[in-house]
Design a protein around this ligand. Sequence first.
Ligand SMILES: [Mn+2]
Length: 450
Amino acid sequence: MFIYCAAVHCTVLISSPVFLLWSAGKVRWQDFDQDLYVGATVVRPGQDPYARNKFNQVESDKLRMDRGVPDTRHDHCRHKQWKTELPASSVIITFHNEARSALLRTVVSVLKKSPPHLVKEIILVDDYSDNPEDGALLGKIEKIRVLRNDRREGLMRSRVRGADTATASVLTFLDSHCECNEHWLEPLLERVAEDKTRVVSPIIDVINMDNFQYVGASADLKGGFDWNLVFKWDYMTLEQRRVRQGNPTAPIKTPMIAGGLFVMDKDYFELLGKYDMMMDVWGGENLEISFRVWQCGGSLEIIPCSRVGHVFRKQHPYTFPGGSGTVNTRRAAEVWMDEFKNFYYAAVPSARNVPYGNIQSRMEMKKRLGCQPFKWYLENDKSVKHMDLCLTVVDRTAGSQIKMQGCRENDSRQVSEPSTESRTRDQIDQKALAVNERDLHHKLTINRNH
Ligand SMILES: [Mn+2]
């Protein structure tokens, strides 16, 4: 084999038959025929552009696979020098019936925006999409390997399948509708290379689901949750923001990661029990891995100099066989939350009736790893907040029950205005008791209704 280099491009002339086999049909991403690939699945006139993906596929299909996006990083990030001697990563992208244009932009942005030596491979796990060619055709692009499930497995088992076959020492999980920004990968790898127990996520910029504009997200957010155990973004406190202003490139410790995009050492991923393989489809897994990482000795960080765009949708494009969202969340609560799971059941009473399967092996793993109790997680992370429960009048009829439910703004069955007045029992359907989880054993505060 010898290598011929012109001014910019190098051509590798290969004589070995093994290499010929390996390279047969592989193309650089620049040479991939986008029009042929995307053109086969365009939205036809009269069809709803949102029908298939719950985002505007017509707008997505219009864009070039390597379109430019604004560099949304803080100025300080642009002048930073990243280490180049970093461990390479296997990028794992699972998908089910993803729009071809969105999937293609995801992989092209990885290849284009990463130093080549840091991306060992991209593993696409096709979770039983209707058309096997969606993934198979992308397998022609350099570095891309495609695995296809022969039945629907869901996000968790698909990711684990990808991780099990990964050959690099660091795993990078991405959703299938992302666009990586400038130098997104180096700051993430740097943190994991320094300490394998760090699980790190970029700031997730917003790709508008209607017009596909790329918009920078605030750097002042952390991941959090309510007692209903649905992920949400929380603004940092004033104090936290003040500290951050002094050092805008510093990693941000977060109680929870959104879950779609993160980097984790492969050995550590395995040591910590990968994912809960009995979770189906989607949902609850971000909660589970976040509790697990913190409680079992690791940490979660958002790295502000790393930015990746993601198409946020209002609706899921696919169904949840068996209501898996609640099954998964219940499994996470049962395994990781100890007695605090009762707050979840108070907030989402219907969850009590959802069969969640066997959790014995996860409980054994938790014990084996010597993980901390949930109470420790709540106390350790001062940013876990907004988790008040309110006594809620479920039904305004005589003799009806009052239940503990997650406090909601503007819920007339609950209140937020503090009051010290005492009330008689028959007046209680006009009030609620707000209970702060940290003061559970000490006091109940009676609040007046709006
Ligand atoms: Mn997503």
